[in-house]
Design a protein. Sequence first.
Length: 309
Amino acid sequence: MVSPVKRAERRASLSTLAAMPELPEVEMVRRGLEPVLTGRRFERVEIADPRLVRPYEPDAVAAELEGERVASVERRGKYLIVRFETDRVLLIHLRMTGSLRHSPSGLEDDPHRRALVRLDDGVEVAYRDVRRFGTWLLLEPGELDPYLATRVGDEPLDVLFTAARLGERLAKRRAPVKAALLDQRTLAGMGNIYVDEALWRARIHPLRPAESIDRDELRRLHRAVRTTLEHGIARQGSTLRDYALPDGGSGSMQDEFKVYGREGEPCDRCGTPIVKTRVAGRGTWFCPECQAATSSSRAPSRSRRQSSV
Ligand SMILES: [Zn+2]
């Protein structure tokens, strides 16, 4: 159990890290918006930031969205999909700092608000983005699947995603396994936090070439990816700085990180201090003991040999 003081210290140090919403965070946004948006009509739309919809004109996109009625709110990887009854789709990517808020009684003024949607029941949904990397893209019927097909791979929580399937995605790739997992075409929705956490859980070094991951490790990694993401969803995501739930609440996964942002702290499994390095240009945390650089299925025989001497 982490003490409240330790937890406060950890939260303070984590708030200095720039973390993007990943699958669990986007899924929580989806779950928060689903009951608010489904069945409702976009009565009035204001898009204040041209970057959000470029190369299209903000006013033109807003005019197209007005009158559309929401059929469902879906998610694919880190994309949020607002599907309308016309089968048009508003595809939202939160990127670094995007978030959506709703309030039945109107929202307070916010200098980082980039768009505002007023629904036919009077509820306002605001899109807020400090760094302004987020995107809104209006797609016509039939355009969504081809758009996503070239950008996102398997959905890791889908029943069709198996260890064998993960093996196919990592085969013949010399890139570090961490880089391969960050590539959205390998798995949809994994980012810096959940990749580091999953690799710790699977006891795999982040710099191991993807193609060198053996069958036992693949099984462990497959299980670790799913467990880590499910855990993140159960804790309503990780709130380090910008991420918030649509009702303004925050997640608590950050209190349970095993390695992410924990340089110098003891590993929960073996007590060895967590190390920070860089992989694929991203800050990367791991346990140098449990996540040794060699294939772990060879490691036990070596330690047995040593202990018999
Ligand atoms: Zn360890």
